[in-house]
Design a protein around this ligand. Structure first.
Ligand code: AMP
Ligand code: MG
Length: 344
């Protein structure tokens, strides 16, 4: 599938004249949008989309010939050599699995496929017996990282899914590519995984909208004001199905085998590297507000904004300097105020 969309905006800022040009493609199962401001040629846009397609070929769970396809098929049999990129992302995924106490777990793939929420969505929950069976295959401690970029899954039937982290890694790679090509400013948006390059024309920070989880895409609850940062959201609105009035979304709890059932609608992470933001957004969603904010406070330079299903917004201590809530149908509450309602 392939979607191509061009848009051009010309504007001036002081004496400088800028041309904003966006190009979209459907890659990694999502819309990827690249917006550049310096009149860059088509070769830069093509280079970026080729890079995304190449990385996706390595890290896609759906492709049999991807690095993941090969590791997964050899589970319980042998170690498989993968590209340095895939090796790095699996290593990072495992470190986030440890950091989150298993809330983030890249060996969740058998459950992800059973639920099928991101692929071929069956619209009906799987049988509890099947969930129990696949849950036994989810255990990041059974991934052995071997020398020479080789990876071994210790149990037959185990599988790795990098859906919670790969987009962030690829977005960082795109930024690196753009910077190497001399691009000074731009926005990379890989299905809501946003990375900004430099600052806006006029050296102003970028204003990145944070999605309202209850409205269609493009409706924002507020704005993150950033330069050279990434803004990544995990939410119940991204991929889901409704069965008998209940929503089943794509973020699974490895301890239950079911979509996470908590009071959250979304969590957004703002930090420097998109690989970290991506892994953290999924981790913090699974961990919930209290444990998630405790984790984010322990990481320098990372901020989180939680949105609950009852329209409350709870943020990490440094987030106030970056994030501004402007939709007053949501209430900004302190962690203490949030906690006190839990105890009632
Ligand atoms: P994200 O949208 O970044 O939060 O990632 C969600 C995707 O990550 C899902 O579509 C799955 O492919 C995968 N995933 C779901 N639950 C987990 C989990 N607990 N740990 C790691 N990856 C997950
Ligand atoms: Mg993620």
């Amino acid at each position: 599938m392939f979607v191509l969309f061009l848009s051009l905006t010309f504007y001036s800022c002081g004496k400088e004249k800028f041309e904003a040009r966006s190009e979209n493609r459907f890659l990694m199962g999502t819309i990827c949008i690249l917006t550049l401001y310096g009149g860059e040629g088509q070769d830069i846009y093509d280079g970026v989309f080729d890079l995304i397609a190449k990385e996706d070929r390595l890290m896609s769970l759906q492709r049999e010939d991807s690095d993941l396809g090969r590791i997964n098929r050899a589970a319980g049999q042998k170690a498989v050599q993968v590209s340095p990129d895939t090796y790095k992302v699996v290593e990072s995924a495992l470190s986030y699995a440890r950091l989150s106490g298993g809330a983030f777990d890249p060996t969740i793939a058998p459950l992800v496929e059973l639920w099928g929420i991101s692929s071929g969505n069956p619209g009906i929950p799987p049988a509890p017996r099947d969930i129990e069976e696949k849950k036994l295959l989810t255990d990041y401690q059974k991934v052995a990282m071997k020398p020479d970029n080789r990876i071994y899954l210790e149990k037959k039937g185990m599988e790795i899914d990098l859906g919670g982290i790969a987009k962030g890694y690829i977005a960082d790679k795109v930024k690196q590519y753009l910077v190497e090509k001399g691009v000074k400013r731009g926005i990379i948006n890989l299905g809501g995984n946003i990375v900004v390059v430099g600052s806006k024309p006029g050296d102003q920070p970028w204003r990145i909208g944070i999605q309202n989880p209850f409205e269609t895409r493009g409706n924002h609850i507020g704005i993150a004001t950033v330069k050279d940062k990434t803004v990544v959201t995990s939410g119940i609105y991204e991929r889901f199905f409704i069965y008998q009035g209940k929503r089943y979304h794509h973020i699974l709890d490895p301890s239950t085998g079911y979509p996470v059932e908590n009071d959250l609608a979304s969590v957004t992470i703002i930090t420097d590297k998109s690989i970290d933001a991506d892994a953290l957004s999924t981790s913090l969603f699974v961990l919930g507000v209290e444990k998630g904010l405790a984790l984010i406070e322990s990481i320098n330079g990372a901020e989180a904004v939680y949105v609950t299903k009852d329209r409350r917004v709870i943020e990490s201590s440094g987030s106030g300097k970056i994030f501004e809530l402007y939709d007053n149908s949501f209430n900004l509450v302190s962690l203490d105020a949030y906690k006190s309602t839990l105890k009632q």
